[in-house]
Each structure stands twice: as structure tokens, then as C-alpha cells.
Design a protein around this ligand. Structure first.
Ligand code: ADP
Length: 176
């Protein structure tokens, strides 16, 4: 059985991520979604929230493709996480040239750490290629339409989170 590890922050999961997951089904029998805790990035959603959203979205991908999907939070080295979950391949999405430099370095360094795990890059469909969680959050924060970038459930979670944070919202300490 071929096991692949698809790591990321998924803050939150977008249609770009889902596109890559669907494509992964052509390569692996089981896909482990490695959710990086990533405190440095100061995620908008907690690890639990991100995991829950991924699980909800992945059940449709699993049904459509027949690929088993498991969500696995991790905080250790990516290459150790791959070993922990028995993955022989790491899957990454590649968006623009901007992703390349960083990914190139990561593969090079990971190869030194463990040469037995290959990294494979996948590209999303044209309409999903430019989607980035960071920009989706910015558009949602400013009240823009994010329906072409995330699923309805994730869009709701984003708008809810920003309305909590807005002045007078539930998350605003001054309003209480
Ligand atoms: P990270 O913090 O590792 O960049 P992300 O959640 O932003 O985590 O992305 C996880 C993976 O999904 C990365 O390999 C990233 O390049 C890929 N990815 C994200 N959005 C897209 C997209 N729109 N098209 C293709 N790949 C994508």
C-alpha cells in the first residue's frame, strides 16, 4: 500500500488544498494530511479547528476517490513525521515561482536527513492555482466574496471568526 504525506498549515483548508488531495489519489492509496501546529505563523484557527475542518472536507474527497485519508497533527521534523506515519512520499502543491525557491531548499535538506523519502509536486487546476490561505483570510477579513476559494462551511467559519474579532464582536474584550 502506497502511503503519502501531504503536510501544511491549512489555516484554513482551501479549494487549492482539496484540488491537490484529489490529485494525490492517482499516486497513493492512503493520504496522511500532516497538519503543522506552526505557532510561528500565528494561525487564525486553532489546531483542533483546522483538523476538524480538514476532516469534514476530506470525507467527500475520500468518497469520490476511494483513497483513505487520515488527518495527523505534527510538530516534529517533516521527515520524522513521514517515518512515523509510514509514508514513502511527501506530496506538496506548487503554486507559482515564489513557492519554488523554498520548496527546492526543503527537498534538498530533507534528502540529506533521509534519502529514502521522495517529494512529489502537484499543480492544481488553473482556477485553483492562485489560492492561498493567507489571501483568503485577508479577503474574508475585509468582507469580500471568498466563495470561489473555499467551501461554504469554511467560508462560514472565516466570516464567523472575523465577526468575533470585529469591534463589538464576541471576541472584542472592550465590548464586554
Ligand atoms: P505551508 O505552511 O506548508 O505553506 P499551506 O497550508 O499554505 O502550508 O500549504 C500546504 C501545501 O499545499 C503546500 O505544499 C502548498 O504549496 C500547497 N498549496 C496551498 N495552496 C495551493 C494551491 N492553490 N495550489 C497548489 N498547491 C497549494
Amino acid at each position: 500500500m502506497r502511503v503519502g504525506l501531504y503536510p501544511g498549515t491549512f489555516d484554513p483548508i482551501t479549494l487549492g488544498h482539496i484540488d491537490i488531495m484529489r490529485r494525490a489519489a492517482a499516486l497513493v492509496d492512503k493520504l496522511v494530511i500532516g497538519v503543522a501546529i506552526n505557532r510561528d505563523k500565528g494561525p487564525l484557527f486553532s489546531l483542533d479547528e483546522r483538523v476538524r475542518m480538514i476532516e469534514e472536507e476530506c470525507s467527500a474527497v475520500s468518497k469520490a476517490t476511494g483513497m483513505e485519508i487520515v488527518v495527523h497533527p505534527f510538530e516534529n521534523l517533516l521527515i520524522d513525521c513521514a517515518r512515523d506515519v509510514g509514508a514513502g512520499v511527501i506530496l506538496r502543491g506548487l503554486r507559482a515561482v515564489a513557492d519554488f525557491e523554498y520548496e527546492y531548499q526543503m527537498v534538498g535538506m530533507n534528502r540529506v536527513l533521509d534519502n529514502s523519502v521522495e517529494t512529489v509536486f502537484l499543480m492544481a487546476e488553473a482556477q485553483h492555482q492562485a489560492i492561498a490561505s493567507k489571501l483568503v483570510k485577508e479577503i474574508a477579513r475585509l468582507g469580500g466574496d471568498i466563495s470561489k476559494f473555499v467551501t461554504p462551511a469554511v467560508a462560514r467559519a472565516l466570516y464567523d471568526r472575523f465577526s468575533e474579532k470585529a469591534p463589538g464582536g464576541q471576541g472584542d474584550a472592550a465590548a464586554r
